[in-house]
Design a protein around this ligand. Sequence first.
Ligand SMILES: [Zn+2]
Ligand SMILES: [Zn+2]
Length: 216
Amino acid sequence: MNLLDFIFPKRCVGCGKIGKYFCAACRANIRVIKPNEPICPMCGRPALDGATHPICRTRYSLDGLTSFFHYDGPVRKAIKAIKYRLVSDLAEEFVNLVSVRDFDDCILIPIPLHPSRFRQRGFNQAEVLGSILAKRLNVAVRTDILRRVKETEPQVSIKKRADRLENMKNIFSCKNITGNILLFDDVCTTGATMRSAATVLKRAGATCVWAVSMAR
Ligand SMILES: [Zn+2]
Ligand SMILES: [Zn+2]
């Protein structure tokens, strides 16, 4: 135990118990996405391995989605804790819960924050988690390709469908890029942000854009 652990003891993000970020009881409550649970990132229906259904595929669509956990319980609390205060060793422990799979020949691009949001918060949680995950997957990270040029309202707060679609338009701009991309975000709920970024990346030359999120 080091001095910092003594002054600021680790507390479980799930229940607050002192000791670890994920105590044994809360760890048991983490719901991993099972092999039969992946969904198509375009329509949200079940899909083998999370690959986009052939009928949902367009020229600029996402090619698939891999999420590791369901967005509830201790996972939801961990993601919120990482988002609102920088506890970098929590991010490390959280990513270590992921069982690694093979992503050959890819680069990982975290979903960027709008510069004004970034200044306000001081860091981008998708970049923090994405960099740790990239190390685990042994792939490179690029944060200089994709830029967020528009701030968006949370999709859930917009009632009309037309306004929601408008909200997601022209959020990103992008440098030219080739090859296969893992597009990373901490959470993928509606998938609208990921789909919007994928369109821009594919227009810029990306071959394959596969969405990856800690939770959904
Ligand atoms: Zn706990
Ligand atoms: Zn589909």
